[in-house]
Design a binder for this molecule. Structure first.
Ligand code: CP
Ligand code: NVA
Length: 306
């Protein structure tokens, strides 16, 4: 069975901790190992990407492999060839697939038919590579993840979902503040609730951003309108009024609280310029960790030892 990474809980908490440590190690030693030597990795992105895609392509290059760009518009998927036939055929050529799609079921269908590992590079439901990069950036900044309060303010979206599951796996105390109707989905909260029984984590979901931000070690936000939701943008700006991560929100957190965002950001909506461009922001470190974390994920799923 290929080792897929479709959501964070495809791995164990120990695997996740291993990935974080490996991400930090790869940051210190980016060159000199080639676990993808001679391997070709398909990059199939149905949505825009700056960070994730470039970080995967660079990571594959640094690991001695070759990235094969498979834009959906250029392959026969665009003319109706099924996901499963596509995955079966591609598996005869390539050694792994990195996929960005809309529905989580697309990536699951591809992975079911593929005989090579599939990595989720974002779906509407999850963004697991992002969460690994984020926790690695937090680990680097704080030195450890013990007794941490992580607060997420805003849309209960793909990024929030993966952070919630990751926080549960790492035993972190996670607080989410979202307006009614935009909270993380129940099945994600149920999964997290099951995981924290083993790990000692905590998850609190409410609608008061200031309450959630109190004494936080890290405050995270993401766009109010994700890719594919553009038609709802006006309605969402109204619904999220009061959920901007600004200086007043940061003021109730711990004095060494960091501000996080997966990027791309909309300054003046989910976060102010004063916060994202201010001294507590670690967003550029998060972006850099996409490279190291995604390399760690590829090594674990597609590397020589698999
Ligand atoms: N954070 C993130 O996934 O960015 P991209 O959409 O640019 O890959
Ligand atoms: N929630 C955002 C994340 C982009 C990296 C989106 O899905 O558009």
């Amino acid at each position: 069975m290929p080792r897929n990474f479709l959501r964070l809980d495809n791995f164990t908490p120990d695997d996740l901790r291993g990935l974080l440590n490996e991400s930090l190690r790869l940051k210190a030693y980016p060159y000199g190992e080639t676990p993808l030597a001679g391997k070709s990795i398909g990059i199939l992105f149905a949505k825009a990407s700056t960070r994730t895609r470039v970080a995967f392509e660079v990571g594959i290059h640094q690991f001695g492999g070759k990235a094969i760009s498979l834009n959906p518009g250029d392959i026969q998927i665009s003319r109706g060839e099924s996901l499963s036939d596509t995955a079966k055929v591609l598996s005869r050529y390539i050694d792994g697939m990195v996929v960005r799609a809309g529905d989580q079921s697309v990536i699951e269908e591809l992975a079911d038919a593929a005989t090579v590992p599939v990595i989720n590079a974002l779906t509407d439901k999850f963004h697991p590579c992002q969460a690994v990069a984020d926790f690695a950036a937090l680990l680097e900044k704080k030195g450890n993840l013990e007794d941490m309060k992580l607060t997420y303010i805003g849309d209960g979206n793909n990024v929030a979902n993966s952070l919630i599951i990751g926080a549960a796996m790492l035993g972190i105390d996670m607080h989410v503040a979202s307006p009614e109707g935009y909270r993380p989905e129940n099945d994600v909260l149920e999964t997290a609730t099951t995981i924290i029984k083993e790990t000692g984590g905590k998850i609190t979901v409410g609608s008061d951003p200031k309450e959630a931000a109190k004494e936080a070690d890290a405050i995270y936000t993401d766009v109010w309108t994700s890719m594919g939701q553009e038609e709802e943008a006006g309605r969402r700006i109204e619904a999220f009024a009061g959920y901007t991560v600004n200086d007043a929100i940061m003021a109730v957190a711990k004095s060494d609280c960091v501000a996080m965002h997966c990027l791309p950001a909309h300054r003046g909506e989910e976060i102010t310029a004063s916060v994202i461009d201010g001294p507590r922001s670690i967003v550029w470190d998060q972006a850099e960790f996409k490279l190291h974390a995604q390399k760690a994920i590829m090594k674990m799923t597609m590397g020589d030892e698999n």
